[in-house]
Write a protein that binds this ligand. Structure first.
Ligand code: GCW
Length: 698
């Protein structure tokens, strides 16, 4: 039987109500059955030691931390700073592995890196800093028995990005519109409930542990829409933030806070929040000093300003650089950063005005400011120019600010990708973004662009027993962490890791069948979702407000700037320089030309960039209208097939997990049918063009 083991995942404690996700005790079997020597000291090394101790207690191995080391170790986890090990074989292994560190790069493993080597029958993990040892430990867990293969070559592992951050859109107080977690589909918040900190450190600790095991090293504990209660986390409610920081620290995770730009007014009683006002500057400096006094390793602030009604520098005639630099100045003495979101656009647009283009907004606002931001400002850019749609081009802002630290923001919470009721495995989508080369194949990729800023995502976690509502949505969280650690990883291989860690063969049965089935359901599920929703990159067509399910014209005549412009002749948004909004001009070559050209524009983004007649022939050889019909029929069939596949696994899992996914697949199919019928009917009625295959359209 293959089971994601229920029960408390963290070492030591008894059973609880949430699942172990990708760290069930059985995942530690290979490591826990061995003799393990841990060499080094400090809080994170203690975490390593705890983990190993629990694993060995469970699986029959033994652990040593201090002399006498009368052991033939199978695994040595050693901090290099701790010096020689007074055990001949372990020391020989340590020394044997060392040249592989010294021989490459700058001879250092950095703050978070580690070396994994196999020397004379001993597996060795070396690190220069305790966090590296922790990541090395989790890598050994990930490898399982393979970590002990004699032919394993020595390999250094270092994260490509130093900042790997999850933002929680969690409210402290339940908000009348957005609830406890804005765009949350996994129950309540793991941090807050009904206006107060939940005070459940076990669960937060388990969360931190899961995050560390996939590489995440920072968490923002409250929503970017900072309401009145949440604003006070910065001042008189700072203890609650510190409490969370204390619990996450042993897993190498730093805490960040979303703050309101109006804080000096709403919290400090000043008459202004003008970034150039000395009183305002002094207020932020003092507030920040207090934060660091209480949380010395505090990560920094996250700000949504002049966006969707949030306060910002515009009210004082200042720009985003003035605003961001104000907070950066307060944070700089403490080595903190401010992440300033580039998600700025006019949400009170007139739909009649074809010249305003929401896609242009971030670049229009931010590109001219390149070079003006202080060093500890990170401009955080949503991956696409509009808003986390299933398919968007990569934001041109990412190619327009070479003198600014940039981070990409992804959305793990599935606001626009099925709200964790639909299987939509996003690893492949994110991988495309990270590999995108804005200056052409020979130039840097997005992963290179964000080296100094990092990768950020909106978390999909809540207090749901499966953490993510849909048990298979855990894979998105895992994939985010792994891609942030190494953006070149293959998303299929990441999914395979997650499957191997999470769905463990516990007694009997056919783990390979489970693995194959999960791949068959998940690998292409993002494209399946795309097929039955808005076509060819045009986006939205979701129900306004909650954003679930189809409503083709739901946003068409609204102020939000998310239109498709379908009429009887054609569909799509003309964003060309020649005849449209000029958005294509925000890209460098070659994309500026590729997107501008009707002939060269990739099919999957055609309607994002061009308004075309229904009879326009795609590269695929099909007309746009026939593509719409075909993909919508195909998408539904694919979901039906997913559901069948899952059904075949009944009995292979703990019933609760199987049932939860089964119910959601029922809903996904219902919803996909709804999408298919509304979209196909809408375009049939608009265009009058029948389906070439005569299928039923209403
Ligand atoms: O997509 C929109 C969401 C809002 C969110 C906003 C943002 C937190 O619908 O709920 O607000 O993006 O990213 O700020």
């Amino acid at each position: 039987m293959s089971v994601p083991v229920a029960g408390r995942a963290a070492p030591g404690a008894g059973a609880s109500t949430w699942h172990a996700a990708w760290l069930p005790p059985a995942a530690f079997r290979a490591l826990g059955a061995r003799n393990v020597l841990v060499h080094g000291d400090g809080p994170l090394v203690d975490t390593v030691l705890d983990e190993v101790t629990q694993a060995c207690a469970r699986h029959g191995g033994r652990v040593w931390h201090s002399p006498p080391w009368d052991v033939d170790a199978d695994l040595v986890l050693a901090s290099r700073a701790a010096g020689p090990i007074a055990n001949a074989a372990a020391e020989a292994a340590r020394l044997g592995a060392t040249p592989a560190v010294d021989g490459t790069g700058d001879g250092s493993l950095g703050d978070e890196g580690f070396l994994l080597a196999r020397v004379d029958g001993v597996t060795v993990v070396l690190a220069d800093a305790p966090a590296g040892l922790l990541y090395g430990l989790f890598h050994v867990v990930r490898l399982g028995a393979a970590a002990f293969d004699d032919d394993r070559p020595a390999r250094r592992h270092q994260p490509a990005l130093a900042r790997r951050i999850l933002d929680h859109w969690d409210n402290v107080a339940v908000h009348p519109v957005s609830g406890q977690v804005e765009r949350g589909y996994s129950g309540g918040s793991v941090f807050w409930r009904d206006g107060a900190a939940r005070g459940e450190p076990d669960r937060i600790r388990d969360y931190g542990r899961l995050l560390a095991a996939c590489g995440v090293n920072a968490v923002t504990v409250n929503n970017v829409n900072v309401h009145d209660t949440e604003a006070r986390l910065l001042t008189d409610r700072l203890d609650e933030v510190a409490g969370i920081a204390d619990v996450l620290r042993p897993y190498g995770i730093r805490v960040h806070l979303s703050v309101t730009f109006a804080a000096p007014v709403v919290l400090g009683g000043l008459p202004t929040a003008d970034p150039l006002d000395d009183r305002v500057r002094a207020w932020w400096a003092e507030a920040t000093r207090r934060v660091y006094r209480r949380i010395p390793d505090f990560g920094g602030y996250l700000v949504k300003a002049d966006s969707e009604g949030r306060p910002g520098p515009f009210a004082y005639g200042r720009d985003h650089a003035d605003g961001a630099n104000l907070l950066a100045g307060a944070l700089a003495p403490h080595d903190g950063v401010v992440r300033w979101r580039a998600f700025v656009y006019d949400h009170r647009q007139d739909w009649r005005d074809r010249s305003t283009d929401r896609a242009r907004a971030a670049h229009d606002h931010f590109a001219p400011l390149d070079g003006r931001f202080r060093d500890n400002v990170i401009v955080q850019v949503k991956f696409g120019p509009v808003d986390f749609q299933p398919r968007e081009p990569v934001s041109p802002v990412l190619a327009a600010m070479p003198a600014t630290r940039l981070a990409v923001e992804l959305q793990v919470t599935q606001e626009y990708t099925g709200q964790q009721r639909h299987v939509c495995h996003l690893g492949p989508a994110w991988s495309e973004v990270l590999r995108f080369a804005p200056w052409g194949a020979a130039g840097d990729s997005i992963a290179d662009v964000i080296t100094r800023g990092g990768l950020v995502a909106v978390s999909n976690v809540g207090d749901d027993p499966f953490w993510t509502g849909h048990p298979l949505a855990q894979a998105n969280l895992y994939a985010f962490g792994r891609l942030a650690w190494d953006p070149r990883l293959d998303p299929g291989a990441i999914l395979d890791e997650w499957i191997g860690l999470t769905w463990l063969p516990v007694t009997m049965g056919d783990p390979e069948l489970v693995r194959r089935t999960l791949h068959a359901i998940m690998d292409d599920s993002w494209r399946t979702y795309e097929r039955y929703t808005a076509p060819l990159g045009v986006g939205f067509m979701v129900r306004p407000g909650h954003h679930y399910g189809p409503d083709v014209d739901g946003y068409e005549y609204t102020p939000w700037g998310t239109y498709h412009f379908a009429d009887r002749d054609g569909v799509g948004v003309d964003r060309t320089r020649a005849t449209g909004t000029g958005f294509t001009g925000q890209y460098p070559q070659p994309w500026s030309e590729v997107y501008e050209s009707l002939r060269r524009c990739p099919d999957d983004l055609l309607l994002f960039f061009h308004h075309v007649p229904y009879g326009h022939v795609l590269h695929s050889g099909r007309t746009v209208i026939q593509h719409i019909y075909d993909t919508h029929f195909a998408g539904v069939e694919e979901v039906a097939a997913m559901r069948e596949r899952w059904r075949l696994l009944a009995g292979a899992f703990e019933p609760a997990a199987h049932q939860r996914v089964a119910e959601r697949l029922d809903e996904q199919l219902r919803c996909a049918v709804e999408w298919r019928d509304q979209v196909n009917t809408y375009f049939f009625r608009k265009s009058g063009v029948p389906d070439a295959h005569g299928r039923r359209i209403h």
